[in-house]
Ligand binder design. Sequence first.
Ligand SMILES: [Fe+2]
Ligand SMILES: [Fe+2]
Length: 275
Amino acid sequence: MAFRILHISDVHTGPPFNPAAAERLVTDAHALQPDLVVISGDFVQRADFIAQWRVAQALRDRLPKPQLVVAGNHDVPLFHLHERLFAPLRRYQQHISPDLNPVFTAPGLVIVGACTAHGWTVDGGKLYPDQIAALRERLTPFGPDTYKIVVWHHPVALPPTYQRKRVTITNASAAIRLLDELAVDLLLCGHLHVSFVGNTRDFMPDLRHGTYIVQSGTTTSRRGYGDEHGVNTCNLITVEPDGTRVQHLRLARGSDGFQPIAEHWLPRQRALVDG
Ligand SMILES: [Fe+2]
Ligand SMILES: [Fe+2]
């Protein structure tokens, strides 16, 4: 049976937020009737401002349920230094979700999110040892018949055309190997403001399992990157028994709303056999 995920990211409810895109997102999200909405971080543009949190909270409330959400680096205050260092996710937990490392399960499917944003990094992120241990503990009980998805705000690798540096998590190589050890099928990320589909084997050919990488661009901000500058995108992901279909949806000019502009079929991966 197919399971449909609407993957949204980087809504950034502060200048240059696009309220018209948000309105259309709410309408289209309900029309699509996804089984789950995933939002991969950067709810606000500047976490210091309470008004931006209120808009983000209202937008989240109007989107279909259930939802699995993780925090991004913009969800950490920049100017409130004490809060940044000692309670960096307090506002996120108050307005968006108290759970920083959420889990969602459905028959044959498990989705685990983790917060890669922390107080002392401005742009990059990191997975801490306790988060790695928690991921291992959560995913190890599931065998190969369960499709495994991880959601992080920060990516572990960059699209070939991406020019900015230091935007992956700092321990990206270790994270890729962890995903492989746990036979994670799919990693959903944001942060780059550009759509992308790849595989960790593109970056580390010796991996045994390989994990598909799916990036969402920014769904409601005008800060898209490269050829997505000024463009709003999200992904419709359909998990089927033999593989996963990823549609990049782009907000069309005029009244057509979010429309498919590319489609990728990701066959279900099996671990490579030695010899
Ligand atoms: Fe962002
Ligand atoms: Fe980000």
